[in-house]
Unconditional design. Structure first.
Length: 224
């Protein structure tokens, strides 16, 4: 199949899934930001989503897109490294300004993002949506029913806060390169649009990551 067998096809799949994940991050950040202003409103949103069929379908699609993105990103990175070999490494060393740092370290950044995601799922998804999916009864503190309280409890620990902030920095670097690179793969790489896309990528990535960081910092300050 062309999409899987060709380098361009694999890049296209990675680009489409990447843009899809960016849209999810914008939604997720906006949803979490509500917790800064109103815990009740945030819990209402969580209750609306919960373990309803549309939320479960969305979760499954999101997970599938994320898995595809990881698989094709890993394949492309390993094949590119193999194709460049030592000559490609020497070329990058001689012309460091020609290649962005994020571009050269997308696999490492992706791994950091993946580790952070696993931690995030452990802290929140496993304590909120998963118990509902499994049919568990609400525990004595109403933990998975009170997402706002869970946010405050989680980010009352300064170490966890710092880990999340480092994770957001890795996401920022990953997004700033991945955003414009996805559109470049789709053909928007002219002299007019390329600078615009890089600017949009920086703005969008910054808004997303600052939004997430604001939730963490706000929760920590409220816990003092």
């Amino acid at each position: 199949m062309w999409l899987i067998d060709s380098s361009i096809g694999r890049k296209l799949i990675m680009s489409i899934t990447g843009l899809f994940l960016i849209l999810f991050l914008i939604f997720h950040m906006s949803m979490n930001a509500v917790a800064i202003f109103s815990g009740e409103a945030y819990n209402e949103i969580c209750g609306f989503l919960g373990a309803n069929w549309y939320a479960l379908v969305g979760t499954a699609v999101l997970a599938g897109g994320f898995v595809l993105h990881i698989i094709f990103a890993t394949i492309l990175t390993l094949r590119n490294q193999k194709a460049r070999g030592e000559q490609g490494y020497a070329y990058q060393q001689d012309q460091p300004g020609k290649v962005e740092w994020a571009s050269k370290n997308m696999l490492v950044l992706g791994l950091i993002v993946l580790v952070g995601l696993c931690l995030h799922l452990t802290h929140f998804w496993a304590k909120m949506q998963l118990p509902e999916i499994m049919g568990a009864e609400e525990d004595y503190a109403g933990q998975f029913a009170d997402g706002a309280a869970l946010i405050k409890a989680t980010f009352s620990n300064i170490v966890i806060c710092l880990v999340y902030l480092v994770w957001f920095v890795a996401i920022w670097f990953h997004l700033t390169h991945g955003f414009w690179s996805a559109f470049q793969t789709m053909g928007l790489n002219g002299k007019t649009w390329f600078p615009r896309l890089k600017c949009i990528a920086n703005i969008a990535s910054t808004v997303i990551c600052l939004g997430f960081a604001a939730v963490v910092v706000s929760a920590y300050i409220q816990s003092l």
